[in-house]
Design a protein around this ligand. Structure first.
Ligand SMILES: [Zn+2]
Ligand SMILES: [Zn+2]
Length: 326
């Protein structure tokens, strides 16, 4: 069970204002509730104190339902240990993000996705679905595995840069419009959410009722590059979730421990007591409400996540990295 800070400490950390998670979204059916609860309680592979002796797979595969998977990269292959989402439609398979390592030898992502396609194909049926590879945003821990997909048959890869993203989704008024992708009986909504990074998007899947938020919102220490854009993106997500059923808000990392407001230091390769992956639309609403009280860039600590503005040095590194992939 998640433990909570005393109210006094929580108030001190949030700069004196208590933040109530407001009610958001609409109710879920019992089947979705029970699946979401399994995901909430899921313990992931979480690295080792001694990575030399780590025997976990390079990629953990969690089958949520018959056509939705969550993959986690082993912390001993990259401390970032990002999550990757694989969603099947009748015609296409979405692979959202490709992880933090390039080499198939250490990190066999393409092979893993191929095995899921095989598992998902009706016996003797068509196995050649189009693979649509895209990214929650353009940080390298989410697109290193792209090279494993490049040049492979039936693969459409949207490059992780602003031009490619705008072109592929035909955005003309980024970030003030939504786009859609049809996977075949599964129509996803793409919501621009710049702030953590310029090209960040979030995705809503009506089948699982997941809101996939990448590094825009996850249980961890979230650096925000453009505070103003970020507050607008969170407002956009709150507006969106007010009229949708959301079973879970799922990001791309876990960095929080199971102690409220506490996180593992950057570079940690062993997280035995990490927090659940799932957040909720209530967490989004609480963040939005904090921004409504004050939009001054500052560190805000919640039980389940922390947001903080990037400093000049972090912004410079981010700008150079972004320039390299344009
Ligand atoms: Zn990021
Ligand atoms: Zn990341």
């Amino acid at each position: 069970m998640r433990k909570f800070l005393t109210t006094a400490l929580f108030l001190a950390c949030t700069g004196g204002g208590s933040v109530q998670a407001s009610k958001a979204g609409v109710s879920l059916d019992d089947h979705t509730k029970s699946l979401a609860s399994v995901l909430l309680q899921k313990k992931w592979i979480h690295g080792s104190a001694d990575c030399e002796s780590n025997t976990d797979p390079a990629i953990e595969v969690f089958r949520y339902d018959q056509s939705s998977y969550v993959l986690r990269q082993n912390k001993c292959t990259s401390f970032e240990a990002p999550f990757i989402y694989v969603l099947f439609g009748d015609e296409k398979v979405l692979v959202l993000d490709t992880g933090a390592n390039e080499r198939a030898l250490d990190f066999p992502l393409y092979k893993t996705v191929q095995s899921l396609i095989k598992e998902n194909s009706p016996q003797g049926g068509k196995t050649e679905k189009e693979l649509l590879v895209m990214h929650s945003h353009s940080h390298s821990d989410h697109h290193k595995g792209d090279s494993q997909f490049e040049g492979k048959p039936n693969v459409t890869l949207v490059k992780p840069n602003g031009r490619a993203v705008r072109q592929f989704f035909a955005f003309s008024q980024w970030p003030d419009e939504e786009a859609h992708i049809e996977l075949g009986g599964r129509n996803l909504t793409i919501i621009p959410t710049p702030g953590h990074q310029e090209e960040a998007i979030s995705i809503y899947d009506p089948q699982t009722q997941w809101l996939l938020t990448g590094d825009t919102l996850y249980p961890g220490y979230i650096y925000v590059k453009d505070w103003n854009e970020y507050t607008k993106s969170i407002a956009r997500l709150v507006l969106f979730t007010n009229t949708r059923e959301v079973s879970a808000v799922l990001g791309a990392h876990i960095e929080m421990t199971d102690e409220a407001g506490e996180y593992y230091a950057i570079g940690t390769t062993f997280q035995p007591n990490e927090a659940p992956l799932s957040l909720s639309s209530g967490n989004l609403a609480a963040l939005h409400s904090a921004f409504e009280k004050s939009d001054t860039p500052r560190k805000i600590i919640f039980d389940e996540f922390i947001v903080a503005p990037m400093n000049i040095f972090q912004k410079s590194i981010s700008n150079v990295a972004r320039w390299l992939i344009q």
